[in-house]
Design a protein around this ligand. Structure first.
Ligand SMILES: Cc1cc2nc3c(=O)[nH]c(=O)nc-3n(C[C@H](O)[C@H](O)[C@H](O)COP(=O)(O)O)c2cc1C
Length: 187
């Protein structure tokens, strides 16, 4: 089983990164083959609404998304991990998601089948504050993203009150919860 992790924070070895790595380790502990994309290290232009994708399902912009589309459509499980930036996800991750208007067009406009497998995904998120609605907007974004790549939103881990780089290591349960989520996702 292939598991793709999408690391949405620009901060390397920050809270999101540590959380995602634990979830990937959990999946790997049950034999899954894991791969991680660090979005900030990739060249992903924002969607420009050229709408070439409406014709044949392919984006007309040539950049690292060329290699990412096949990964998004082939993987059995997907983990999206993100910090909260102004009650949303960082723009680098949003650019990747917006470029999936191409897969949305394949599915909903061109009526193409994206995958023959039943695929599942989970959302991992961290934020500094403790607001009740901290993750609400981002959960909707990730759910809609998963729909556009034909993935069922199956699980989530939302960690509040974590701010400085690596502070998540001091959280009582976050990293072990992530490990368990990774295991659950591939069971
Ligand atoms: C541009 C920016 C915006 C942020 N906005 C929020 C926010 O709206 N709510 C919140 O709780 N934390 C916010 N934070 C704090 C981060 O979510 C927090 O520091 C998180 O632990 C960073 O995770 P990372 O180490 O994976 O990057 C913001 C941080 C930055 C840099």
């Amino acid at each position: 089983m292939k598991v793709l992790g999408i690391m949405g924070s620009p901060r390397i070895q920050g809270n999101t990164h540590l959380l995602l790595d634990e979830a990937l380790k959990g999946a790997q502990s049950l034999g899954a083959e894991i791969e991680k994309l660090v979005v900030d290290k990739l060249e992903i232009a924002p969607c420009k609404e050229y709408y070439g994708c409406l014709k044949d399902g392919n984006c007309v912009i040539r950049d690292d998304m060329d290699g990412i589309y096949p990964k998004l459509l082939e993987t059995d499980r997907i983990l999206v991990a993100s910090p909260m930036f102004f009650y949303g996800i960082p723009s680098q991750l949003k650019a990747l998601i917006d470029r999936c208007q191409a897969t949305w067009a394949r599915k909903y406009v061109l009526k193409q089948r994206l995958s023959d497998k039943e695929r599942k995904g989970a959302f991992l998120a961290v934020g500094a504050t403790k607001g009740k609605q901290l993750f609400d907007g981002s959960i909707l974004v990730i759910k809609y993203f998963f729909q556009a790549i034909d993935v069922q939103y199956a699980d989530e881990l939302l960690v509040r009150g974590v701010d400085k780089r690596g502070e998540i290591k001091d959280h009582h349960t976050a990293l072990s919860d992530a490990f368990e989520l990774g295991k659950r996702l591939v069971q």
